[in-house]
Design a protein around this ligand. Sequence first.
Ligand SMILES: CCCCCCC[C@H](O)CC(=O)SCCNC(=O)CCNC(=O)[C@H](O)C(C)(C)COP(=O)([O-])OP(=O)([O-])OC[C@H]1O[C@@H](n2cnc3c(N)ncnc32)[C@H](O)[C@@H]1OP(=O)([O-])[O-]
Ligand SMILES: NC(=O)c1ccc[n+]([C@@H]2O[C@H](COP(=O)([O-])OP(=O)(O)OC[C@H]3O[C@@H](n4cnc5c(N)ncnc54)[C@H](O)[C@@H]3O)[C@@H](O)[C@H]2O)c1
Length: 293
Amino acid sequence: MSAEIREVLVVGAGLMGSGIAQVAAQGGFQVTLVDTGEEVLARGLARIEDSLTRLVRSGRLGEVAAADARARIGTTTDLVEAARGADLVIEAIVEDLDAKQALFAKLGDSCRPDVVLATNTSQFQISRIAEPCERPERVIGVHFSNPPPLMTLVEVILGDHTSEAALEVTREFLAACDREIVLCRKDVPGFISNRLSTALCMEAARLVDEGIATPEDVDKVARLMYGHKMGPIATLDLAGLDTALRVSTALSEHYGGDRFTPPPILAQLVEQSRYGNKSGAGFYENGSSQLAV
Ligand SMILES: CCCCCCC[C@H](O)CC(=O)SCCNC(=O)CCNC(=O)[C@H](O)C(C)(C)COP(=O)([O-])OP(=O)([O-])OC[C@H]1O[C@@H](n2cnc3c(N)ncnc32)[C@H](O)[C@@H]1OP(=O)([O-])[O-]
Ligand SMILES: NC(=O)c1ccc[n+]([C@@H]2O[C@H](COP(=O)([O-])OP(=O)(O)OC[C@H]3O[C@@H](n4cnc5c(N)ncnc54)[C@H](O)[C@@H]3O)[C@@H](O)[C@H]2O)c1
């Protein structure tokens, strides 16, 4: 564990926040998970419990290590109080710029001035999120892959003002969590990963929208012709169609053209509350895979 970091604050206990909290706890850090209500915190903890159980069952984690990780995670709805004791903050709330900026303004006021503030945004520019924050040089992007407990890659994004010191702290923390990193050196929307995956996933969704192929066949091409672990339609169901719609719409507005433009089917599924695995159905009827969400 890093010498300077003991207490990690994770804001947002959804799919990603709960997974990131688990990864940090498995890395030996004391974790506080914050969300807006007790019910959503309880769902986050249940997701962590389920994931730890699966890791133990499949032999990827020992029982003692799982129990230790579980014991290191606390929850609260009191952001300001939790921020006071934090040595590192990771934000994983909804993909909405106003919400993220409001949160970073609060974190800037409540955290110690030396604390690194990381965002797990899928595509917003880090410097935009940091705009209302005291000392934006401590804001950095740490884009975990879903599901965080299984995916070792984290994309680190430098904002226009991010300091070397913030990058160093981030590197140390992620190394302690056994994560691999790639560095996105320019503060561009979508970074490396979501410029790639949004283009692929939206083209896949267009093939389904236009009635050219079923989700199963689109995914089969990605898996059996290109060797992907998971097809792009299953990936959309895994990531959450509400989040995918926000990400693709924002990237499409920023870059123009149609490479990132979501086809109508994505908004239609979201309107029907078919958010993907997390709501039980998305493009696929009963969840696209075994993956716990
Ligand atoms: C429009 C585009 C933008 C979208 C929106 C934003 C996206 C975002 O910004 C970026 C992303 O992350 S995009 C998304 C990027 N992500 C991807 O693209 C993911 C691509 N997928 C993969 O790489 C692989 O499928 C995995 C590594 C996920 C699993 O691979 P595997 O090792 O071959 O596993 P398997 O054989 O398949 O069976 C599952 C096994 O795992 C167990 N389990 C499940 N959930 C668990 C959990 N949470 N904990 C613990 N365990 C969990 C389960 O119980 C089973 O165990 P069993 O003991 O055998 O029963
Ligand atoms: N889903 C993915 O595959 C994925 C992967 C990488 C990054 N991301 C990014 O991670 C972030 C979270 O995504 P998710 O899939 O976990 O979403 P989610 O909808 O599952 O969870 C978001 C959580 O944030 C909480 N929240 C909202 N506003 C809050 C606030 N002001 N304070 C505290 N909590 C608040 C919500 O109650 C919810 O529990 C987004 O920025 C998303 O783009 C998502």
